[in-house]
Design a protein around this ligand. Structure first.
Ligand code: ADP
Length: 367
């Protein structure tokens, strides 16, 4: 963002006296003012040079301020525009704002508006630059997200082939040269095969992660009671074997992608069951209506999480436990985060070691 207090101003004013006065005052404040004696000259100047702000008098001969503004707007986006109108012409000001003016000032006979004009100009330029910067950052974020998505897809896709070659030849050695090689060589081949299996899982995970996206063109109503019941059905084997209880309050219907939301509940409930030791797991799902979103919570009675790690666990491949203790690849919560963000919500966890965890996520809607 340009952080300068000195602006290039185009002032369209048919009264030469007022024009000069304006130019003098604003130049004293460090601004560069170009004067145009009517709308036609103003349009010509605008196309010759670039300006930080345009100040247009409404009452000009041939083309009035609104006509000039309309013509300027035909060429795409405009710098900030301040319209000067006469007293009692509020509807003109309203019209000017509708067609692209940033602000307006009502001229008074004593020219007192000259006092506020520099402030209004400064405010309009700063607001405009702030909005521009916000738009630029938003675009940049979208671009880099897309790039990351493509990168993850290409890398994971292209890595699979050489990986399969390594694994294939290592297996060939294991099966056909076992007798000819000594114990240590056979042990090392075993490590290569284990490593490739693990890497294959990670590559598949990355591919899976890069494919998480909204498939539907329009969000659809999704009944979360049905989703949780479906998850209970899918996890019936673990629930029964661990003597777990998975319960839920009445849940809302939200707008979203059913397939993704099912996966979100599945990952969170699956983790709640998995990260629970020495007692039957108890998992409870709730939803609370906030001002303009639903806040869901999945509470468990598991091992809990050290508060120092509550951010890290949502990063892809980040785990807090060795795989011997709890199996997994550190992908589940990263996928949950992506799903929630696709639905324009947030996800976080509150927990203490040994005290269970509550995962929260929000989805726009609510009462
Ligand atoms: P994975 O379960 O495959 O390791 P996740 O991304 O689902 O991957 O979880 C990341 C880490 O967060 C886990 O390794 C675990 O340490 C921690 N975690 C996730 N859910 C819970 C939970 N309900 N209770 C305690 N720890 C959890």
């Amino acid at each position: 963002m340009k952080e300068t207090g000195s602006f290039k101003i185009l002032y369209m004013e048919d009264d030469p006296g007022l024009g000069r006065l304006f130019q003098k005052r604003l130049s004293r404040l460090g601004h560069r003012v170009t004067l145009a004696a009517d709308g036609g000259e103003g349009l010509a100047r605008y196309h010759e040079y670039s300006f930080d702000v345009l100040v247009i008098d409404y009452q000009m001969p041939v083309l009035d301020g609104l006509q000039v503004l309309r013509k300027l707007g035909e060429n795409g986006s405009l710098p900030p525009v301040i319209m000067l109108t006469g007293a009692g012409t509020e509807e003109i000001a309203v019209e000017a704002m509708k067609i692209g003016a940033t602000d307006y000032i009502v001229k008074d006979v004593d020219n007192k508006y000259f006092e506020v004009l520099p402030l209004v100009i400064k405010d309009a330029v700063q607001r405009y630059r702030f909005e521009e910067e916000k738009r630029r950052m938003q675009k940049e974020l979208e671009r880099s997200n897309k790039e990351l998505q493509q990168f993850a897809y290409v890398v994971s896709h292209d890595l699979k082939e050489p990986l399969q070659t390594i694994r294939g030849f290592a297996k060939f050695l294991e099966e056909n040269y076992h007798q000819q090689l000594d114990d240590q060589a056979n042990e090392f081949i075993g490590y290569i095969i284990d490593g490739t299996k693990r890497m294959e899982r990670l590559v598949n995970g990355l591919l899976d992660y890069s494919r998480v996206r909204f498939k539907k063109t329009e969000p659809e109503p999704v009944d979360c009671n049905v989703l949780v019941e479906q998850v209970k059905q899918d996890l019936k084997g673990i629930i029964d074997s661990r003597k777990a209880r998975v319960t839920h309050d009445p849940l809302p219907t939200v707008l979203g992608d059913e397939r993704l939301l099912l996966r979100l509940f599945l990952n969170l409930i699956d983790n709640a069951l998995k990260y629970c030791k020495d007692r039957p797991p108890e998992v409870h799902v709730r939803a609370e209506a906030k001002k303009d979103f639903w806040q869901f919570s999945i509470k468990d009675n598991g091992i809990g999480i050290d508060p120092r790690h509550v951010e890290r666990i949502f990063v892809i491949f980040q785990r807090l436990h060795p795989r011997k203790e709890f199996n997994g690849d550190g992908l589940g919560l990263a996928i949950c985060k992506k799903i929630v963000e696709i639905h324009k919500g947030d996800i976080w966890v509150e927990s203490e070691p040994g005290q269970g965890s509550t995962f929260y996520f929000t989805i726009p809607g609510g009462e």
